[in-house]
Design a binder for this molecule. Structure first.
Ligand code: BGP
Length: 482
């Protein structure tokens, strides 16, 4: 028999500022690197931007009222740094801060616990221009100031805080693949930026513990278990390398305050390791997150890159990348990563895929929760998990049974992990309303609440609860009994 969910389990849903707010230049907001990136032709799917997004900025009360009706226990959102401090480090824009003050008040009035993410990818453009963003230590000071403003403003009203969302994703996309801002393709710079962000994360956690002693803070990491394609020891070795490369490189720093030993050695051999001073080491060791945010979509299967033989022809690699730019297949005779050349990512022969080619793997969710808890023993807050699909509005309704099936399977896996002994705070499905998918525009929908808009622009932006909304309402009411 499976354990029950804890009585105070936070059943939630998530979002991020750039993907929902719109109002990109209203009420004193500064530009972010995502404004710049999306405004540059060729960078996003059909040129879609978050200029209007789903206009949550002007529909906030309505959106929160629907959360109240749903019985949602927690709502994860991010603050747009450039709305609060338009140039990233100077004067505070009171109107920007006020938007979040009103949001938090509305959440509390509807008995929804706010979960505030400090950084979900939208760095103020001014910091990119002035300091080269996350490649410079000046940006740590700016981030600390921004954190200080938010901690002071919301320390009595927000208990759960997330520092960085998916550092692994935004740095790999932004500095390795060049498919997110700042569109750099240089792995040495990628490792340097990661180190700076690790320091910023540590500074934020330490400052938080001084200023908000009753709150809880941690990073949200995009975690996927790594599977070897076969039992061939070469494939197993590849999976050990890939686990360092995909997961440990970040998680060990967050939770243990140190970089993984073998991978660091390898980077040093190649001359691309970050410069870590004694003071840095001390800082990283001193900052302890209170929980670990886990975003789970899928794991990854790898095989050894035998004799550097191609795993895909150029055409196959192109087709694969075209389905979803997040899943980049190494091209012919090219390893996934020059620094860890012993693995290549391949499709799992066991798993079905979503319309965007993401593997559907609820068992992997249990594996993920177990692995992370076993290694770091921190309570886990699942801060994202969900299904991106094309939804059809038929007679004013959306019957997204496929999303219900997906979520149900993942909730069951989570219950099994809890029975295994994993300590969990809550679960935020991605996403609450439909929203902008960074590189896929508006047709890839994740929400419990449908929003009437497409890639060509807003229609009426009407909010329509989907079948999954009513299903989740029931799940919450029964605390996960199904
Ligand atoms: C995560 C991000 C989210 C969200 C989600 C779905 O990596 O933290 O912001 O976008 O993935 O991704 P996508 O929109 O590419 O389908």
């Amino acid at each position: 028999k499976l354990d029950e969910f804890p009585q105070d389990f936070l059943w939630g849903a998530a979002s991020a500022a750039y993907q929902i707010e719109g109002a990109f230049d209203e009420a004193g907001k500064g530009r972010s690197i995502w404004d710049t990136y999306a405004h540059t032709p060729g960078n996003t799917y059909q040129g879609t931007t978050g200029d209007v997004a789903v206009d949550h900025y002007h529909h906030m009360e309505e959106d929160v009222a629907l959360m109240g009706k749903m019985g949602l226990k927690a709502y994860r959102f991010s603050v747009a740094w450039s709305r609060v401090i338009p140039d990233g480090e100077g004067a505070v824009n009171e109107a920007g801060l006020d938007f979040y003050r009103r949001l938090i008040k509305a959440l509390r009035a509807n008995h929804v616990e706010p979960v505030l993410t400090l950084y979900h990818w939208d760095l103020p453009q001014a910091l990119q221009d002035k300091y080269q963003g996350w490649e410079s230590r000046e940006t740590i000071a700016a981030f600390k100031k921004y954190c200080q403003v938010l901690f002071a403003a919301f320390k009595d009203d927000v208990k759960y805080w997330v520092t960085f969302n998916e550092q692994n994703v935004f740095t790999s996309m932004g500095y390795r693949w060049g498919t997110h801002p700042p569109k750099v393709m240089d792995i040495k710079r990628m490792y340097a930026a990661n180190h700076i962000i690790n320091l910023a994360n540590a500074e934020a956690i330490n400052l938080f513990h001084e200023m908000v002693p009753n709150g809880l803070i941690g990073p949200s990491f995009g975690y996927g278990p790594v599977y070897p394609l076969t039992g061939d020891p070469n494939d197993v070795l590849a999976s050990v390398n890939a686990d360092d490369f995909n997961n440990n490189w970040w998680l060990d720093v967050y939770c243990r305050g140190e970089y993984p030993f073998f991978m660091m050695k390898q980077l040093q051999r190649m001359g691309i390791a970050p410069v870590v001073t004694a003071a840095d080491e001390q800082l990283l060791k001193s900052a302890k997150p209170d929980f670990l945010g886990v975003n789970y979509y899928h794991g990854g299967t790898v095989q050894t890159n035998r004799l550097q033989k191609p795993v895909a022809t150029d055409q196959q690699a192109k087709d694969f990348s075209a389905t979803d730019p997040y899943l980049m297949q190494p091209k012919a005779d090219q390893a996934q990563s020059p620094e860890i050349p012993a693995f290549n990512s391949v499709a799992s022969p066991y798993l079905a895929k979503t319309e965007w080619g993401w593997e559907i793997d609820p068992v992997g969710f249990r594996v993920a929760l177990r692995q992370v808890y076993e290694k770091y023993r921190l309570p886990i807050f699942v801060t994202e998990n969900g299904l991106g699909a094309v939804d059809q509005l038929v007679n004013g309704q959306i019957d997204d049974q496929y999303r219900i099936d997906y979520l149900q399977a993942h909730l069951l896996a989570m219950k099994e992990a809890i029975t295994d002994g994993v300590a969990m705070i809550g679960y935020c499905a991605w996403s609450y309303t439909d929203l902008l998918s960074w590189l896929n525009g508006y047709r890839k929908r994740y929400g419990f609440v449908y929003i009437d808009r497409d890639d060509n622009g807003p229609k009426e932006l009407k909010r329509i609860p989907k079948a999954s909304y009513y299903w989740y309402q029931q799940i919450i009411a029964e605390n996960g009994q199904q």
